[in-house]
Design a protein around this ligand. Structure first.
Ligand SMILES: [Zn+2]
Length: 439
């Protein structure tokens, strides 16, 4: 079979007027919609008191007078306290995934669902998806927004959707082969596992499939992992950002230039704050992303603290879109762990280890405490051909990984090299960090 090339992408727009709107006009639109959103929010039990002193907003600085909304606010109050309309106008509820204990519920009117689908369509069209595409959605369909969110966006474009859902790798591969899937939506860790599985059954990820696009999201991953996935499958892999509190997928998305994610500023107003002082940082500085919905009817959220760390990319993007970009999410404020007093994000570790060509597709971070001392162990799967090699070569590799990690994270870890396919995998969000100090 001929060597497959990653296709060139069509730099076209779903909604050119909005996507390329002048900055000045975007700001005017945002101010108008902020006032709409605040007035709308005041109709809810939760915001009525909190926003009662907020009058018409004339500048973005005026917004800083309104308090933040936090995850705890959503968890502590009755979910119905956030609704701004009669319950009969609400047509769907989603809830947050992956957390233990109580859930956060988000309510949508019919119009909210339509606007959300249109935003997702805008994202998918941007990365080259068209009605000719066959889109296999390997995300969980249900309360989690990744399944239905992408589904309705792809349907709006007119693509043929395979609502495969999560898991059952054998079936996923069968569907991809039989139906000639061209685009997929998947977690990056599962896509790595899929590559491993495909090779194990004697097929080639790049030659035996019709894939050209993968949308990945729902968990942070590094640029090196993206490059690895693109090389293995010979496809374009795009980063997608969203959270159920802000609808779900479709908040921000990479364009074909893959240099940061355009955050749709006609639908969301973004602020980046220092999570410790709660003050807005300079544009381009790193901090926590705070978002206000600008169009949502059923359940507007004002200054919602996402817990995600990123920064705004100030420069204009070559694709012509005027909506500002954010950097790929560095991690969640809650994902950060502290070892020997040093703050570490799993993404920093992933960036280092996925940069080694010998490293296969999976890894795990284990933190333990013995005799009062923190011990950081990183288990790394090594490709078959390297794993069978000389013990001295393996030892050299182990030392190289350890030294580079030490340089980047300032803590010396224990590095364990293991064979391919030996670490536990999951078809959903990967659990990369096991903190035994908390067990
Ligand atoms: Zn762009």
């Amino acid at each position: 079979m001929k060597q497959k090339q990653a296709p060139l992408l069509n730099l076209d727009f779903w909604d050119k007027d909005i996507e390329t709107l002048e900055r000045k006009k975007i700001k005017e639109l945002q101010l108008e919609n902020l006032n709409y959103s605040i007035e709308r929010a005041k109709k809810s039990e939760f915001y009525r008191e909190r926003l009662k002193n907020i009058k018409k907003i004339k500048s973005f600085e005026d917004l800083e007078k309104s308090p933040f909304t936090t995850k705890e606010d959503l968890l502590k109050n009755s979910p119905f306290d956030f609704i701004t309309t009669d319950l009969k106008n609400i047509v769907r509820v989603h809830s947050s995934s992956g957390t233990t204990g109580r859930s956060k519920y988000i309510f949508h009117t019919k119009k909210d669902i339509e606007i959300w689908a249109d935003l997702v369509a805008r994202c998918l069209y941007m990365i080259g998806m068209r009605k000719e595409d066959i889109f296999q959605n390997m995300m969980s369909y249900g309360l989690f927004t990744g399944g239905l969110g992408l589904h309705y966006g792809a349907e709006k474009i007119g693509a043929l959707i395979i609502p495969a859902g999560i898991g059952n790798t054998e079936k996923q591969i069968e569907l991809m082969r039989e139906l000639k899937t061209t685009a997929i939506h998947i977690t990056p860790s599962y896509l790595l596992y899929l590559a491993h599985y495909i090779e194990e059954i004697g097929l080639s990820p790049s030659e035996d499939f019709n894939l050209k696009i993968a949308v990945v999201g729902a968990e942070p991953y590094s640029e090196n992992t993206r490059k690895k996935l693109e090389t293995i499958f010979k496809i374009n892999v795009f980063n997608c950002y969203g959270l159920s509190e802000m609808n779900g997928p479709g908040v921000a998305f990479e364009c074909p230039y893959k240099d940061g994610l355009h955050l749709w500023e006609d639908s969301y107003y973004m602020e980046i704050i220092n999570p410790k002082t709660n003050k807005i940082v300079e544009e381009g500085e790193e901090g926590e992303l705070v978002l206000t919905t600008l169009k949502r009817e059923g359940m507007p959220l004002i200054r919602y603290r996402t817990g995600d760390l990123t920064k705004i990319i100030k420069e204009k993007c070559n694709c012509g879109r005027t909506h500002r970009r954010i950097m790929r999410i560095k991690g969640r404020v809650d994902d950060m762990f502290i070892v020997k007093g040093v703050n570490i994000f799993p993404s920093q570790i992933e960036t280092v280890i996925m940069g080694f060509p010998e490293v296969d597709k999976n890894y795990q971070i284990i933190i333990d405490r013995k005799q009062g001392l923190d011990i950081l162990t990183i288990q790394v799967e090594i490709k078959k051909e390297f794993f069978k090699g000389e013990i001295n070569e393996l030892r050299n590799l182990q030392e190289k990984i350890r030294d580079e990690l030490k340089e980047k994270i300032l803590v010396t870890p224990i590095v364990e090299l293991v064979g391919p396919g030996t670490l536990p995998t999951t078809t959903g969000k990967a659990k990369r960090v096991i903190d035994k100090r908390r067990l």
